[in-house]
Design a protein around this ligand. Structure first.
Ligand code: SAH
Length: 475
């Protein structure tokens, strides 16, 4: 069997470490050493400005000279970070003679230790090694872990460290302690980012040591799913989906659900409560029921939960009932559609402001400030507008918006079947009708919409009217 490297976490507080070389790479190693409390001495004739700054503020000692073996005499560890192979070899050799561990940057052969790629969350550190042969792979793995591990891990470690003695005294047997610990983590870990959750976790920990475990507190996380492409979900949203017991979602969520925990209970409220008048109240009731039963509930909503998604009402309701809540933003349809249609929503020359508007029902159209909406050099992103296009055009024209104003209608934005229909305000409803535009579709109206054709990059090219509008088309 091939011998592997032996992983080791070293307490360097107050211990002398010699770094040979004063360049940019040395600077990064020195920062890591200082974070571990090492006493760092740099040996180098010249210093990179970052190292110079550390020397000037006396955080690092400096010997402005060439390397000599005797400089390692009192060191616990040596790092060679020069670009001179002869010097690096000399450092490795001198360290070997003194039985000091040495790392030669980018040279696994000369090194007796490797510095791993590290993911840190407070005192928790995950160190990754590829054995020294494939540092790129280790770095890549590190990036994956960075996205998987929650910031609250550090908080959790701190909490457990604080009560370590007490935990061991109360539950001396290792197996029992492990079971206690697993149960505790299941209860507290998913909520640790929520408001007031650290104090609650601590109370739970102490109560369960006194043999009076608290029931797991349920929670609801409102998660924005983005426009339907799983790649446009946030990492925090992904984590929430991975940890959910129950996922309450709308119909239009696309492939995002494939990312959820397999054994989570899925409730399609789009289907279940449909268009009934009390739909929203019934969604509230479902969320409350599961949270009260101690479950981790994810309320998954298309786009962003706070943009025309009634997420605000859900949050108000849950807070009023004392449920712990969190909100994870999502990429709203206006942003997703604009990006995937090549339309910058603001533009130094064409649009200085952006309005998100909904044109759902007749009354919501009547309450809008049409004079402001008809102003030039701004972009309107109109949600839920497919059925209201005629009224929209009439009002905008009546308030002075030019009939030449470009539009782009984005159907199924950011999805494989995306269609973009372009034209001008003059024939907007006719074009939508002729192309049989279906929900979900978002209207982008304003000077910037003209960029959809030159800047197209995703999916099918934009569809423009090929012939001048014939009289029969308008009929
Ligand atoms: N909270 C959501 C919006 C819900 S309202 C968000 O932030 O995106 C629903 C409307 O959003 C639809 O009628 C449509 O106008 C728009 N929409 C949502 N997803 C869309 C998509 N993939 N393509 C085009 N429009 C979309």
């Amino acid at each position: 069997m091939n011998a592997r490297l032996f992983p080791l976490f070293v307490d360097l507080r107050g211990r002398a470490v010699v770094v040979v070389g004063g360049g940019a790479i040395a600077a990064r190693k020195i920062e890591r050493l200082l974070a571990a409390g090492a006493r760092v001495r740099v040996v180098a004739p010249d210093l990179h400005r970052d190292v110079r700054a550390l020397v000037d503020t006396r955080r690092v000692a400096h010997r402005a000279e060439g390397f000599r073996a005797a400089l390692l005499d009192d060191a616990w560890l040596a790092i060679a970070a020069t670009d001179d192979d002869v010097v690096n070899r000399a450092v490795a050799h001198a360290a070997g003679e003194r039985r000091i561990l040495v790392n030669v940057v980018d040279d696994a052969q000369l090194s007796s230790i490797q510095l791993p790629a590290v993911v840190e969350r407070g005192d928790v550190q995950v160190a990754i090694s590829s054995g020294g042969g494939a540092p790129m792979l280790a770095r890549r793995l590190r990036e994956r872990l960075e996205s998987l591990l929650d910031e609250s891990l550090g908080t959790l470690a701190e909490l457990l460290t604080r009560h370590r003695r007490r935990i061991r005294a109360s539950i001396p047997e290792t197996g029992a302690r492990r079971r206690w610990f697993d149960a505790l983590l299941d209860r507290i870990a998913p909520n640790l980012r929520l408001r007031g959750s650290l104090a609650a976790a601590e109370r739970d920990l102490l109560a369960s040591l006194d043999d009076a475990p608290m029931p797991r507190a349920g929670s609801v996380i409102l998660v924005g799913a983005g426009p339907g492409d799983p790649g446009l979900l946030t990492l925090r949203g992904l984590r929430a989906l991975n940890e959910a017991d129950v996922i309450v979602h709308d119909r239009l969520i696309g492939d995002v659900l494939t990312l959820a925990r397999r054994d989570a209970l899925m409730i399609d409220v789009g289907k279940r409560v449909g268009d009934r008048a009390d739909a929203q109240a019934r969604i509230h009731a479902i969320l409350l029921e599961h949270a009260r039963a101690g479950r981790r509930v994810v309320r998954l909503k298309g786009g962003d939960p706070f943009v025309f998604g009634r997420g605000g009402e859900e949050l108000e309701f849950l807070r009023a009932h004392g449920i712990a809540c969190e909100v994870v933003p999502g990429i709203t349809a206006a942003l997703a559609c604009a990006a995937h249609a090549g339309i910058p929503l603001t533009h130094r020359e064409h649009a200085q402001s952006l309005r998100l508007v909904t044109a759902h029902a007749k009354d919501s159209l009547d309450t809008l400030d049409w004079r402001a909406l008809a102003a030039e050099r701004q972009t309107l992103a109109v949600y839920m507008g497919v059925s209201a296009l005629e009224r929209l055009r009439a009002r905008l024209l009546a308030h002075g918006r030019s009939a030449d104003t470009p539009f782009a209608l984005v159907e199924n934005g950011a999805r494989a079947q995306q269609r973009v229909i372009v034209g001008t305000l003059a024939d907007l409803p006719e074009r939508a009708h002729a192309e049989n535009v279906r929900a979900p579709a978002l209207l982008i109206l304003g000077e910037v919409a003209a960029l959809a054709t030159p800047l197209h990059w995703f999916g099918a090219p934009p569809i423009a009217r090929s012939q001048p509008l014939a009289l029969s088309d308008a009929a």
